[in-house]
Design a protein around this ligand. Structure first.
Ligand code: C5P
Length: 258
């Protein structure tokens, strides 16, 4: 929860500035609710709701719990990122994007690999809406290293592929992208300050990477131009998820003042 303005004068200026930075960090941290069912998600949100503002609903939770898992999150004042990574023919993706927008989510994903026509259709599906969600094109999964990229037949590095897809997305009218921390600086230079760059693959120094290959710390990702950080297991599988989130928010807040 943001700190009410009326409470701030009792703090020293230094403490008030620190709380402002924590507020800013909270607006930029997205917790991935990669859990098997609605009850587990509700319990996790209950433990995190005084610490975190954004929650990401991905394919595991959405598939098991259905669209109705989103409404209670919004009703409790949270912002929801629907990460279903649509990739299909343009007409089908446009319909799915419109349907997702009616759920009240603030961000949603499509795969950039769906191509320019699909991206244009996805973006066009949102133009007539009031206060539409931010469309994000996923460039390349953060779990893909050079071996994985080569195995799907691409003759370039992950970084080159991400840049190519982002350039293609920009031409198609997309202004939001998901990429790994390693490519965020390149994409920030491409999009300018108005680009929305959402970055998974975030780990505190020394933490386990799991299946993620292209990772960085919260501070590094922010310094290179990330708009939002997505963190799943380091928070959701911690013995105390709120404490784990606070550690990440603390590093983010510190990075925001440098
Ligand atoms: O648990 P962890 O922090 O690795 O979770 C990262 C989250 O970000 C997962 O929900 C995953 O689906 C998502 N994601 C990703 N790489 C992308 C796009 C989304 O890891 N390129």
């Amino acid at each position: 929860m943001p700190i009410p303005e009326r409470l701030k004068p009792s703090f020293t200026p230094a403490r008030a500035a620190e709380l402002d930075r924590l507020d800013e960090a909270r607006k930029r941290l997205i917790v991935a609710l990669d859990v098997p069912d609605a009850d587990t998600a509700a319990e996790l949100v209950h433990r995190l709701e005084h610490t975190c503002q954004w929650f990401k609903v991905g394919m595991e939770l959405f598939t098991s719990a259905g669209p109705q898992v989103i409404e209670p999150l919004i009703a409790r004042g949270h912002s929801v990122f629907l990460d279903l990574k649509f990739c299909d023919i343009p007409n089908t993706v446009a319909g799915a994007v419109r349907a997702a927008a009616t759920l009240g989510v603030r961000m949603l994903t499509v795969h950039a690999l769906g191509g320019p026509a699909m991206l244009e259709a996805a973006q066009a599906a949102l133009v007539d809406l009031n206060n539409p969600p931010q469309l994000l094109a996923v460039t390349m999964l953060t779990s893909m290293d050079q071996d994985q990229v080569t195995a799907v037949g691409l003759r370039c590095s992950p970084a080159e592929q991400v840049e190519l897809l982002a350039r293609m997305g920009l031409v198609a009218g997309v202004r939001g992208f998901v990429c790994s921390p390693r490519e965020v600086a390149t994409l920030r230079a491409l999009t300018g300050p108005e680009g929305v760059l959402v970055i998974p693959g975030i780990r505190l120094a020394g933490a386990q990477s799991g299946d993620q290959k292209r990772i960085a710390t919260p501070a590094d990702a922010l310094h290179h131009g990330a708009s939002y950080l997505v963190v799943g297991r380091p928070i959701t599988q911690a013995p105390d998820p709120a404490e784990a989130a606070e550690a990440i928010l603390g590093e983010m807040a510190e990075a925001l003042c440098n």
